[in-house]
Design a protein around this ligand. Structure first.
Ligand SMILES: NC(=O)c1ccc[n+]([C@@H]2O[C@H](COP(=O)([O-])OP(=O)(O)OC[C@H]3O[C@@H](n4cnc5c(N)ncnc54)[C@H](O)[C@@H]3O)[C@@H](O)[C@H]2O)c1
Length: 385
């Protein structure tokens, strides 16, 4: 079997490439990336706090350590001729599509960034779906990481993809949950969801839309094998995600910044569990459905998480950074009460390795402390300038 992984140089993509290699040693794993993430982070004045090797060096080291079945091809998914050629030559049985511009605040900077994000994300997905169709590969299993952000913040229990609706006359139907996302990035993933839905409806292509939650952590079993196998770790306002950025703040003794009231509820999954779940999703297979999973293990209220981490920091380091409630730089609904249904996803994942992110703090602080000097020198990127 050939598995095509897009976004293989990314925070999730690189560890996933290694795990795919380990779990499917007799298959071919082909990674695609245009290395754009490295440039975006540099452009906004930041860097990965954990040093990452160039792609060539990563692959060389991985081959030496036994991950022999991986290959990297540099290219841009927005280039439809490139995508057609890759699909024609590799004829993948599985496409795991992770490549995207994934930052909501970056997509909100100005029209150029909103345009770039929408063009990059939507056309990349469209090119892959159409190239598979044109090459007659409609049995290829297409899996994409969209986002739980598609659901917005409704006053409802958030379902796994579909919602039952009824009209005034009592007629009922089950429909895809509407795309009520709150950034120009997030709406691209709602658009992708509809394009997957269409591809499935028109050709029967098996599509699994994995609504990824906020991913946290520094490592998977495989990235820990060697420094050259490390994945990136970002802490800045644009690309550093919640929890990862707060752990860096703890190291830098910088108050944990809570946006607005802190009443927002956010879902999370560890890097290890996120990568493992893709392996399980491939093994489970899909006979031609458009399927949705809510890829999360826990959800928490942001101000409660800040308090817990602040107290835990005191225990681990003997000092707590404090909490700073700052005006919310995002336009988002803060007060909605909602829970997530992730029951289908948990069945595929099985027992998570990390059930509570707060309990991983010690381990992550330990790993990141080695880079304390770098983190301190980048402390001005935590907050929007
Ligand atoms: N990290 C999270 O917390 C999170 C949460 C929800 C959803 N997701 C989704 O998961 C996926 C991976 O996220 P990540 O955190 O690893 O992001 P990332 O930016 O580290 O990885 C994405 C990779 O895709 C590559 N890429 C982007 N556009 C490309 C293009 N046109 N052609 C080729 N390569 C391209 C980038 O260079 C990058 O290496 C994304 O689709 C993201 O939207 C991530």
């Amino acid at each position: 079997m050939t598995i095509l992984l897009t976004g293989c140089d990314g925070y999730i993509g690189w560890p996933l490439m290694l795990k795919l290699s380990k779990e499917f040693p007799d298959d071919q794993i082909i990674g695609i990336d245009n290395l754009a993430r490295r440039k975006w982070v540099e452009e906004i004045g930041s860097a990965s706090m954990i040093p990452i090797a160039e792609m060539e060096a990563r692959i060389k080291k991985a081959h030496k350590l036994g991950f022999k079945n991986i290959r990297f091809i540099k290219g841009n998914l927005v280039d439809k001729e490139f995508v057609r050629t890759i699909i024609r030559i590799t004829e993948p049985e599985v496409v795991l599509h992770l490549a995207a511009q994934p930052s909501a605040p970056y997509s909100q900077i100005n029209l150029d960034k909103a345009y770039y994000t929408q063009e990059n994300n939507i056309l990349g997905t469209l090119n892959l779906l159409w190239a598979l169709r044109e090459e007659g590969l409609t049995n290829t299993y297409f899996i994409e990481t969209t986002t739980t952000g598609i659901y917005g913040a409704p006053n409802l229990q958030i379902p796994e993809g579909f919602i039952e609706v009824s009209d005034k006359e009592g007629n009922k139907d089950i429909l895809p949950f509407p795309n009520i996302a709150s950034s120009f990035y997030h709406v691209t993933k709602g658009f992708d969801a509809v394009n997957m839905w269409l591809a499935n409806m028109q050709t029967g292509m098996p599509c699994t839309d994995v609504r990824t939650s906020i991913v946290y952590g520094t490592d998977t079993e495989e990235t820990m094998m060697d420094e050259k196998l490390a994945t990136r770790f970002d802490i800045d306002f644009y690309f550093g995600t919640l929890f990862n950025r707060w752990v860096a703040m703890i190291i830098a003794d910088h108050p944990l910044t809570v946006y607005g009231s802190g009443n927002q509820i956010k879902p999370f999954i560890s890097l290890e569990d996120a990568c493992q779940s893709f392996i399980n999703i491939i093994r489970e297979g899909n006979d031609g459905e458009y399927r949705v999973y809510n890829q999360l293990v826990e959800y928490v209220r942001i101000k409660d998480l800040a308090k817990e981490l602040n107290n835990a920091a005191e225990e681990i380091l003997g000092k707590s950074p404090g909490i700073d409630f700052i005006p919310n730089p995002r336009k988002e609904k803060e007060e909605a009460e909602y829970k997530f249904d992730n029951s289908k996803f948990m069945k595929v994942l099985g027992r998570p390795k990390h059930e509570r992110m707060a309990e991983t703090l010690n381990e992550i602080v330990d790993k990141l402390s080695k880079y304390a000097e770098t983190i301190n020198s980048f402390r001005d990127v935590f907050i929007k300038k």
